[in-house]
Design a protein around this ligand. Structure first.
Ligand code: FMN
Length: 338
C-alpha cells in the first residue's frame, strides 16, 4: 500500500493567524493548517477578544486548533467549545518553553509529569470526536530517550491519534540541531502516526527527513513563514520528483500584511506584522536594514511601502524562482500519495 505523506503548517504564536493561513492555503490545498496556540482558559471564559484567534477561514480545512493549558477539566471544556467549529483535529501543546508558560505548568512542563499529562489527554479524549493529537518536545529540561518514548507510549494508550515531535528539549529552544534520530525511534516504537518537526528548511530537507525517520509526515514552522509556498514545492517533489516555482515576493508580503490589517484588531497589527516581517525578510539580502526600518513603524501601509521602496532600489530581488529535484536515494519517495 502506498504511504500517505501528510504536510503540516506548524502552530506559531502571532504568526499562524487566519491572515497568514490564507496565503499558505493559496499555494497548497492539502496542507494541514494549525491555529496559533490558544489558551484553554481564555477559550472557556469565552471573551470576545478571543474571537479573532478562533476565526476559521472557509478554506482553512484541513485545520487543527492547538490548545494550551494544564488543567484537565478546562482543557476538556476548551475541546467541547472548539469542536463546534468543525476542525479536523485538536492538538495539545506540550512543547512551548516560554518561561511564563512553564511557570503555569503548561507547554513542555507537562512532559515532566506523566500522570497529569495522561489525565489531560484522557479528559480531552472523552469529548473529542475529531482527531486528538499532541505536539511535544523531547523533554522538559533534558532528553532521556527511554523516558520520552515511554511518555509517547502513554499518549498513544491514552488515545491520541498522532504525535508530532520536535526533538529538542525545552531548555534548548532552537539551539543545537533537532535530533531526527529520536523521531525514528518514535516511529519504531509507536503504532500511531508520527509527524516529524524541526529544522526542515527546504523541500529537499523534508524528503531527507521523511527518509531518515520514516515519519508519516512533516511539520514546518520557520521555513513556512519565509516561504509560504514550501508545501507546494514538497508536494511537487513527492508527486513528480521535481519542483519549479516562481514567486513575486512583494505580492506575497502585501497579501499577508493587508490580510492582517483586514482581519485583526488594530492593537495587534504592529506585533503580528513585525513578527511576520522578521521571518519573511530572510528572503532579502539586506534583511537587517529592512527590519530596522520596519521596527519603528506602527502602520501596515507604511511597512508595505518600505518593502516597495527597497525593491525599487533592488529590483532583481523581487521575483524569485525555486527549482529542485529528487536524485538518487530519494527516488523511491516520488509518487507517494499526499
Ligand atoms: C514564532 C514562533 C511561534 C511559535 N509558536 C508555537 C505555538 O504556538 N505552539 C507550538 O506548539 N509551537 C510553536 N512554535 C514552535 C514551532 O511550532 C516548531 O515546533 C518549531 O519552530 C520547530 O520547527 P521549525 O524548525 O520548522 O521552525 C513556534 C515557533 C516560532 C518560530
Amino acid at each position: 500500500m502506498e504511504k500517505e505523506i501528510k504536510l503540516f503548517l506548524a502552530p506559531m504564536a502571532e504568526i499562524t493567524t487566519a491572515a497568514f493561513r490564507k496565503t499558505v492555503r493559496s499555494f497548497s490545498p492539502q496542507a494541514v493548517l494549525y491555529s496559533e496556540m490558544l489558551s484553554a482558559a481564555a477559550i472557556v471564559s469565552g471573551g470576545m477578544h478571543n474571537e479573532y484567534l478562533l476565526k476559521k477561514n472557509e478554506d482553512d480545512d484541513p485545520f487543527v486548533y492547538q490548545i494550551l493549558g494544564g488543567d484537565p477539566e478546562l482543557m476538556k471544556r476548551a475541546c467541547i467549545a472548539l469542536q463546534e467549529r468543525g476542525p479536523l483535529g485538536i492538538d495539545i501543546n506540550m512543547g512551548c518553553s516560554a518561561p511564563e508558560i512553564i511557570k503555569k505548568f503548561q507547554g513542555c512542563r507537562l512532559l515532566s509529569d506523566i500522570k497529569i499529562a495522561e489525565k489531560i489527554v484522557k479528559s480531552c479524549r472523552e469529548v473529542c470526536k475529531c482527531l486528538l493529537s499532541v505536539k511535544m518536545r523531547s523533554g522538559f529540561e533534558e532528553t532521556d530517550v527511554d523516558y520520552i518514548v515511554d511518555f509517547a507510549l502513554m499518549l498513544q494508550d491514552a488515545g491520541v491519534d498522532y504525535i508530532t515531535i520536535h526533538p529538542r528539549h525545552g531548555k534548548l529552544s532552537f539551539k543545537r540541531k533537532a535530533d531526527w534520530g529520536l523521531i525514528k525511534e518514535f516511529k519504531e516504537k509507536l503504532s500511531i502516526p508520527v509527524i516529524a518537526n524541526g529544522d526542515i528548511l527546504t523541500p529537499e530537507d523534508a524528503i531527507s527527513c521523511l527518509e531518515e525517520t520514516g515519519s508519516d509526515g512533516v511539520m514546518i514552522g520557520r521555513a513556512a513563514i519565509a516561504s509560504p509556498w514550501i508545501f507546494y514545492s514538497i508536494d511537487m517533489l513527492l508527486k513528480r520528483g521535481f519542483y519549479d516555482l516562481t514567486v513575486d515576493l512583494f505580492d506575497i508580503y502585501k497579501d499577508v500584511m493587508e490580510s492582517i490589517a483586514d482581519t485583526l484588531p488594530e492593537n495587534l497589527h504592529k506585533s503580528r506584522a513585525h513578527r511576520f516581517s522578521f521571518y519573511y525578510f530572510k528572503n532579502f539580502v539586506f534583511s537587517h536594514e529592512l527590519m530596522n526600518k520596519i521596527r519603528v513603524l506602527d502602520r501596515i501601509d507604511l511597512m508595505i511601502n518600505t518593502l516597495r521602496d527597497y525593491l525599487e532600489r533592488n529590483p532583481h530581488e523581487r521575483v524569485k524562482s525555486f527549482k529542485g529535484g529528487l536524485y538518487g536515494i530519494h527516488e523511491d519517495l516520488a509518487g507517494s500519495r499526499y
